[in-house]
Design a protein around this ligand. Structure first.
Ligand code: SAM
Ligand code: SF4
Length: 326
């Protein structure tokens, strides 16, 4: 099999596929003014998603994460899960969601073949949740987490972006919550994207600071397996849950990169913070185009850079993470 491998011997078995850039939340760090439609966009169809997934799977991809925008806003979302899950070679189908339809649909998604859910919950205080996300839906989202656990998902991860002066004081409450819940809580360090104004300087909390706090509280870092991706994971003997830290500004964050991204308009992005996308859509119209698609993927990978350039204040073409899929 011709695998997806770059010039730095990194292998890419993980595809993050954005299926829409539309979102109904207004997270301060992502779409503070809400989604702004720019004319009529036509997002990848189920048939195009099927061809794309087949090509990636034929080159070693075994895990696909469906993201957005808010992926569950698509009416054909369950059908998309089914299509990806039924692709030969795909063992894991995950999604990242703001959770607002999860209480209703978690079971249906699981039956369709979804294997893992990451849901964003930035605060356990309903008022702070509302302030950060622009949506007064804390209780619905928490009901969604219960529904996912009841539906039998063994992996429910909760994403939170800790921000100075907003929810950075919530660490203790978050830890209390996972004492008796086997959830992996993932703190994502705030990333500066193209459209972000002074919000980053006002609210950025270094991931290293959280790591120091955790170590002081007796949390221990897990040894990373080869294909674990960039999260640093911590456990504590007194807690059922785990903590993952995603620190894009940390040294060597990109060394373990194992993922490629495709936007909802069919562009390959080699990095979340890259300067361009490689159009794939002209090769998604017909099943016969698979070898052309494989070749374009291979050629594109040659240009994948060793790291992002966030440290130089360069966040590439990404205006916000909803635009190409966070
Ligand atoms: N709408 C879904 C959600 O919120 O989970 C999926 C898409 S969202 C772009 C994916 C993840 O990116 C969320 O967990 C969100 O918190 C995170 N995110 C968005 N903008 C971010 C930023 N500027 N810095 C760090 N994380 C960010
Ligand atoms: Fe929407 Fe997710 Fe962005 Fe929040 S982080 S605005 S839920 S896409």
């Amino acid at each position: 099999m011709l695998e997806l491998e770059d010039a730095f011997a990194r292998k890419f078995q993980y595809l993050r596929l954005s299926i829409t850039d539309v979102c109904n939340f207004k997270c301060q760090y992502c779409l503070p003014d809400g989604y702004q439609p720019e004319g009529r966009k036509s997002f990848l169809t189920v048939a195009e998603i099927a061809r794309l997934t087949r090509a990636f799977a034929s080159m070693g991809t075994s895990k696909v994460r469906l993201t957005g925008g808010e992926p569950s806003l698509r009416k054909d979302f369950t059908h998309i899960i089914e299509t990806v899950a039924n692709t030969r070679g795909i063992a894991k189908v995950a999604m990242t969601t703001n959770g607002y339809r999860m209480a209703k649909l978690a079971n249906e998604w699981r039956q369709a073949g979804l294997t893992a859910i990451n849901v964003s919950v930035d605060s356990l205080d309903p008022r702070m949740f509302h302030q950060i996300t622009g949506q007064n839906r804390f209780h619905e989202v928490m009901a969604g987490i219960d529904a996912a656990l009841t539906a039998g998902f063994s992996q429910v991860k909760v994403n939170a972006v800790l921000m100075r002066g907003l929810n950075d004081g919530d660490l203790g409450q978050f830890l209390g919550w996972i004492k008796h819940n086997s959830i992996q809580l993932r703190f994502i360090e705030l990333m500066k994207t193209g459209e972000m104004d002074e919000l980053f300087d006002r609210h950025h909390v270094r991931g290293a600071l959280i790591k120091t706090q955790l170590l002081r509280l007796g949390w221990q870092q897990k040894i990373r397996a080869l294909n674990d991706g960039p999260a640093e994971v911590f456990y504590h003997p007194d807690y059922q849950g785990e903590i993952g830290l995603i620190m894009p500004y940390a040294k060597d964050f990109c060394a373990s990169c194992n993922r490629l991204r495709v936007s909802s308009l069919g562009k390959l992005h080699l990095c979340l913070f890259g300067d361009y996308g490689v159009d794939l859509r002209d090769l998604l119209a017909d099943d016969q185009q698979i070898s052309g698609l494989q070749q374009r993927l291979r050629e594109a990978l040659v240009d994948k850079k060793a790291t992002h350039f966030l440290h130089d204040g360069h966040s590439g073409m990404t205006p916000n993470l909803a635009s190409i899929g966070g």
